[in-house]
Ligand binder design. Structure first.
Ligand SMILES: [Zn+2]
Ligand SMILES: [Zn+2]
Length: 154
């Protein structure tokens, strides 16, 4: 089950060069994995990368994800109670809706298209730079399985 999503240029080598990062097999494989499965955690990325680079370690994937995040190629989101999730959709200040049952994540476009999306009623003297909104709910797959009553797929 792969969620289809329209994305801008996600050509790994172009992204790495554009960010001034050295092109390595593991970086290319991690970008390809994130392109295929946005909002993936380290373990999901590792599983995908291991199909092309079987000797890759979890630590190596973790390091690559950190490098990509620092370089602005990837974005890390951390919905409460979930491990860090990574995606290639950066720079548009979009938000997320997360399923309370299965943890499925979907993108929600930023209302204004740029940060900060929302302005609080008081800023307490802070300079606002970002508003990261997480919506919580129940995804359609979980709603459907609930309707099937009893038939639960882990
Ligand atoms: Zn769900
Ligand atoms: Zn996203």
């Amino acid at each position: 089950m792969v969620a289809m999503e329209t994305t801008a240029t996600t050509e790994p080598i172009a992204l790495l060069r554009g960010a001034g990062l050295r092109v390595t097999d593991s970086r290319v494989a991690v970008i390809a994995a994130l392109d295929e499965r946005p909002h993936s955690g380290v373990d999901t990325v590792l599983t995908a990368v291991a199909t092309v680079l079987p000797s890759t370690s979890r630590q190596a994937v973790h390091n690559v994800l950190n490098d990509l995040t620092e370089a602005g190629i990837a974005r890390r989101i951390e919905p409460a109670g979930q491990p860090g999730l990574y995606e290639l959709r950066v720079g548009d200040n979009h938000h997320h809706i997360v399923c309370q049952r299965c943890g499925a994540v979907a993108d929600v476009d930023c209302v204004t298209g740029h940060a900060p999306c929302l302005t609080p009623s008081t800023t307490s003297g802070f300079d606002l730079s970002e508003a990261e909104v997480t919506f919580w709910g129940v995804c359609s797959a979980c709603k459907a399985s609930q309707a099937d009553a009893g038939e639960t797929t882990p």
